[in-house]
Design a protein around this ligand. Structure first.
Ligand code: ADP
Ligand code: MG
Length: 255
């Protein structure tokens, strides 16, 4: 089962990715958490801040070797590099959890593809199409790493919003982009909620994007972030909250 998490910057994508990954691991699943946001901080949210991790996009020699390119634009390179060994070789392992950090790709013009982005796309394809583990993708607001072929493997896309119109507008854009590449199952989670009264208003703005979870603002999580500690504590209320979201996202989940 493959979960993709998107939404505006700062809404809590990484927080939710970490909570869902840790929840699934706590339920005995094998999980690959993938940090696909150039501004990577999933490691810390998972409680792995002490690990040194080089993002794949920064592995210049590896990218040259696999794509046959010396890097940069205007050179020839393979669009489908073999990356099948990379998730095992370069992920950080913690019990049944693996973390893979993709890193950022230099911005190109529209439609531009560079060796780094070819690598990351190939990785996304490998993770989504050729793995039987649970995969949780922590993405940025855009969904660039996903194409039509990989999109159909996404079991659910969840867009995180917070009480505020800007993040809801981003969610609606993500929904449209997702639909364009064939992802139908898009739902929303509202995070950092201080007052339940806003929920009906948010639901109204979300239109046909179903709301599958409400996460309260939590001082504990805010402090965990400041101290680079993991956000998952495995407490019964947290297990209930995240378990409820996981089951609504993945109705076939057997936990
Ligand atoms: N439910 C919450 N309660 C309190 N703080 C939160 C909550 N969710 C996220 N945060 C804080 O908001 C900030 C952004 O969260 P993050 O998960 O990194 O967002 P994103 O990945 O979408 O940019 C972090 O400082 C994080 O600790
Ligand atoms: Mg993030």
């Amino acid at each position: 089962m493959k979960l993709a998490i998107s939404g505006k910057g700062g809404v809590g994508k990484t927080t939710l990715a970490a909570l869902l990954s840790r929840y699934l691991v706590a339920k005995g699943k094998d999980v690959i958490a993938v940090d696909a946001d150039p501004d990577a901080n999933l490691a810390a949210a998972l409680g792995l801040a002490d690990k040194t991790i080089t993002p794949i996009a920064d592995m210049k020699e590896l990218i040259e070797e696999r794509t046959g390119s010396k890097g940069g634009y205007g050179t020839f390179f393979k669009l489908n590099p073999d990356v099948s060994d990379l998730p095992e070789r370069f992920s950080v392992v913690d019990g049944n959890l693996r973390l893979l950090v993709m890193g950022g790709v230099p911005a190109g013009g529209s439609g531009c593809i560079c060796p780094e982005s070819a690598m990351l796309r190939a990785l996304a394809t490998n993770l989504l199409l050729h793995r039987d583990q649970y995969v949780v993708l922590d993405m940025e607001a855009g969904i660039e790493h996903l194409g039509r072929a990989t999109a159909k493997a996404v079991s659910a896309m969840v867009v995180v919003v917070e009480p505020g119109m800007r993040s809801i507008q981003t969610a609606l854009v993500v929904k449209r982009l997702a639909a364009e590449i064939g992802i139908e199952n898009v739902s929303a989670v509202v995070n950092k909620v201080r007052d339940q009264a806003v929920i009906p208003k948010i639901e109204a703005q979300l239109g046909d994007v179903p709301l599958v979870g409400v996460i309260p603002f939590s001082d504990t999580m805010a402090v965990a972030d400041l101290e680079s500690r993991g956000v998952f504590d495995g407490s019964p209320p947290q297990m209930d909250l995240i378990g409820g979201i996981a089951k609504r996202l993945l109705p076939d989940l057997d936990v």
